[in-house]
Design a protein around this ligand. Structure first.
Ligand SMILES: Cc1ncc(COP(=O)(O)O)c(C=O)c1O
Length: 380
């Protein structure tokens, strides 16, 4: 039986996996200790649990547990990485490179830094949403401090050649930050192999709770230094002061562990469902895919409905199916997606586009029901 509305907006957020919730619950009452309390068993228990979660998260991304800094989510991690690195390394230069299709968290912290005297270069993407590594290379300057390029795009699922970018920047001694919020837990990735120095991600995109995230910060080759955004008790290697969200962190650890166990099978299962969805909808002559590259997330489709009232479609289906026109984080604004616009879509094409993002609890029945409902609305 299908439950309504059908949820196909997993890139906006994911439900907490029941196994994650289960491990979190005792940390709200029974094990409520402050992980920084060193003088009693309540604190020791909480600290031990945080340590275990740090190991679980680190193992998902090929990091050392000490390189994991817990935050409140990816937005905070992005801000800490870019602003924290820029402010603590001004002597190295003031030039930062990013990409036009980044999440607003990245673009806006760069805009802020521009007001503080940093120079920001924003690289374009091609019509497939892809960056050119050659173009990045020619944008590098002797005073380039940092490059911020996302792992996988939240609206299109396009995966950037992160390993290639990492290798290039390593050879030039330039720091590399990647926003991997949509990639971690979905595709195998390894911060060492990819040459990443800092990486942001969030628990609520990988079946963990909201309000907790992580910043990977490389400890050696090279050791990355960040200025904190906030001052206080010196938690998280002095980079992120504030009492740790122990239940959230425990949940994020469990969520990371489950993702690494399920990743391979889920990726295959979801690509079959996503491909079916695309094949069926693309049979309509007025439906086009906005993404045609091979390197993209298996659970995401971004389709354009060039029919009459295509721009009203999302509203029409929303009672039955939870979908999105782009990033939930910018859904307060009615402007067309900056990602699709950067790929060369017109305003009308961008607002007639819908992002489908499938996930762990998407069933074949739900997918069939979605297709049935679309055929009804599209007037089959
Ligand atoms: C690519 C990307 N970066 C950052 C964020 C912000 O994440 P959070 O909600 O954890 O602050 C999102 C959320 O949609 C995202 O998709």
């Amino acid at each position: 039986m299908t439950n309504y509305p059908i949820y196909l907006d997993y890139n906006a957020t994911t439900p907490c996996d029941p196994a994650v919730l289960e491990v979190m619950l005792p940390f709200f009452n029974t094990h409520f200790g402050n992980a920084a309390s060193k003088s009693h068993a309540f604190g020791w228990y909480a600290e031990e649990a945080v340590h275990f979660a740090r190991e679980q998260v680190a193992s998902l991304i090929g990091a050392d547990p000490l390189e994991i800094i817990f935050t409140s989510g990816a937005t905070e991690s992005v801000n800490l990485a870019i602003r924290g690195y820029a402010e603590s390394n001004t002597l190295r230069g003031r030039h930062i490179i990013t990409v036009t299709t980044e999440h607003k968290a990245v673009l806006e912290v760069c805009e802020y830094l521009a007001t503080e005297g940093y120079e920001i270069s924003v690289l374009p993407v091609d019509s497939h949403g892809m960056i050119s590594v050659e173009q990045l290379e020619s944008a590098l300057r002797p005073d380039t401090l940092l490059v911020a390029a996302m792992y996988a795009n939240n609206e299109t699922g396009v995966i950037f050649p992160i390993g290639e970018i990492g290798a290039l920047l390593k050879s030039r001694g330039i720091a590399f930050f990647t926003d991997a919020t949509q990639a971690v837990g979905k595709i195998p990735l390894d911060v060492q192999a990819d040459g990443i120095d800092m990486m942001a991600f969030s628990a609520h995109k990988l079946y963990g709770p909201k309000g907790v995230g992580c910043l990977y910060v490389r400890k050696k080759n090279p050791r990355i230094e960040l200025s904190p955004l906030q001052y206080g008790g010196g938690h998280e290697r002095k980079m992120r002061s504030g009492t740790l969200n122990v239940p959230g962190i425990v949940g994020m650890g469990k969520a990371a562990e489950i993702c690494s166990q399920l990743m391979a099978a889920e990726s295959l299962r979801l690509s079959a469902l996503r491909n079916k969805l695309e094949e069926m909808l693309l049979q309509y002559p007025f439906v086009k895919s906005n993404v045609v590259v091979d390197k993209r997330l298996n659970h995401v489709a971004n389709l354009r409905f060039e029919c009459r009232d295509g721009d009203q479609l999302l509203k029409k289906v929303s009672k039955h199916i939870a979908l999105s026109s782009g990033s939930a984080c910018s859904s307060v604004s009615v402007s067309p997606s900056h990602v699709l616009s950067a790929m060369g879509l017109t305003e009308q094409q961008a607002i007639s586009s819908i992002r489908f993002s499938l996930g762990r609890f998407t069933t074949p029945d739900e997918l069939d029901e979605t297709l049935r409902y679309f055929s009804e609305v599209l007037g089959d």
